[in-house]
Design a protein around this ligand. Structure first.
Ligand SMILES: [Cu+2]
Length: 166
């Protein structure tokens, strides 16, 4: 079969080439952008102390004896001592929502002295997890030495202490 020479294509306008170049550049930029946005965050926080927020079958009654909810570390202690710079992670293993809320002056005035029998030194930073659903965690890094009382503002009889040493 005899090959017939293709008819010469109509000359593409030059601006079409420019359009293709622009499309390719846009695709590359979008591709790189999506790649960067989907990279996992370069978060290198190491959890130095884990505290369990617990309750018994979703109950957290102020008058329960022994208590049916609270905070505890791996050894069952309510009060923990950590080195400055340590990140503490609280995990709500209970069936109710709980909070991790520091007993700074602002929170004491909001939640009262039943929630916070002692007020933290004003030099210490405030922290507040807000309402934590069952199963959720809250991390806080302690960068100032001192004794931090904290509580759960949903159950103001839930108390804990973090002592931060140099
Ligand atoms: Cu609670």
């Amino acid at each position: 079969m005899e090959q017939t020479a293709k008819p010469p294509e109509a000359q593409k306008p030059k601006n079409r080439t420019i359009l293709y170049a622009i499309i390719i550049v846009v695709l590359i930029v979008v591709g790189v952008g999506v790649y960067i946005l989907t990279l996992p965050p370069a978060k290198t926080t190491t959890i130095g102390e884990r505290i369990t927020i617990w309750d018994t079958s979703g109950a957290c009654i102020q008058t329960a004896s022994p208590p049916d909810c609270g905070f505890k570390d791996a050894n069952g202690n309510v009060n923990v001592t950590i080195a400055k710079g340590t990140t503490v992670e609280w995990k709500n293993t209970g069936g109710q929502a709980h909070t991790v809320t520091s007993c700074d002056a602002g929170h004491v005035s909001t939640y009262g002295t039943s929630a916070c029998p002692t007020t933290n030194n004003s030099a210490l930073p405030s922290f507040d997890s807000g309402s934590m659903a069952a199963g959720s965690t809250y991390d806080y890094t302690f960068n100032t030495n001192g004794t931090y009382a904290y509580m759960c503002y949903i159950h103001i009889w839930m108390h804990g202490t973090v002592v931060v040493t140099p």
